[in-house]
Design a protein around this ligand. Structure first.
Ligand SMILES: [Zn+2]
Length: 236
């Protein structure tokens, strides 16, 4: 604890109350803001939200810094957070009353890469089509180093605070806030990697169909050979 922290010490509930007041003012100016408000003791509670938060610990280079924003999100300092294709944009309140703008860009991945990983297990895509994240694909997307969760070298971040050269508290808070957001909408993880889930489902099904047909035509089934012959006949 630095001396500055000591003299500016406030209890967690005081910080929360102060943040809530500031948020109200912010929302008057930005009525469409999407704040991240944690009600329990955990930042994320769903499988995908928790996995996202756990994954952040893999960013070893930032080990000393990655956890610094956890108290920020718990105290309600993340005033706005939106996720669009490959981009996270956020407004975080600093320990004074200043507001910081955070941008985090995540490299996109191709649908084809995921189609290969899904490898014909299209039954799990029905869950995806219903707007949920299939837990059956968890292992594929988690254990594979080319999975859905971004490596640190696939992330670029910026914050307009004086500490922005490194991973500041605000960036760390936003990365954890994404975990809380995934609790509510797990498919945002696909959005974040630039993947259109409908296109992913379509491609995976098409791939499965073509594999099935290929297997059928390379087998020695007499019936299929006959069908082939018939098609040839009609071509004539
Ligand atoms: Zn910052």
């Amino acid at each position: 604890m630095t001396s500055y922290d000591f003299y500016s010490y406030e209890s967690m509930s005081e910080k929360k109350k102060k943040a809530a007041r500031k948020l109200k003012n912010y929302q008057k100016k930005q009525p469409n803001a999407q704040p991240i408000l944690i009600t329990g003791t955990k930042i994320a509670t769903s499988f995908w939200g928790k996995t996202w938060c756990d994954h952040l610990k893999n960013y070893a280079d930032y080990n000393n810094r990655i956890d610094r924003g956890r108290s920020y999100i718990k105290n309600g300092f993340v005033f706005d957070l939106t996720i669009e294709k490959g981009i996270i944009q956020s407004v975080v309140c600093g320990s004074g009353s200043e507001l910081y703008q955070i941008n985090i860009e995540i490299d996109p991945i191709t649908e084809q890469r995921l189609v290969q990983q899904i490898d014909g297990h299209i039954e799990s895509l029905e869950v995806l089509a219903n707007g949920q994240f299939p837990k059956t694909l968890a292992e594929t997307f988690l254990t594979n180093e080319n999975g859905l969760f971004p490596n640190i070298n696939e992330i670029n971040f910026s914050c307009n605070c004086p500490d922005s050269a490194h991973m500041c508290k605000h960036i760390s808070a936003v990365l954890y806030a994404v975990g809380a957001k995934l609790d509510l909408k797990p498919l945002l993880l696909f959005e974040l990697r630039g993947i259109d889930t409908k296109a992913l489902i379509k491609k995976s099904v098409e791939e499965k169909m073509s594999t099935l047909l290929e297997n059928a035509y390379t087998s020695k089934s007499v019936r299929i050979i006959e069908e082939d012959a018939i098609i040839d006949l009609f071509d004539l």
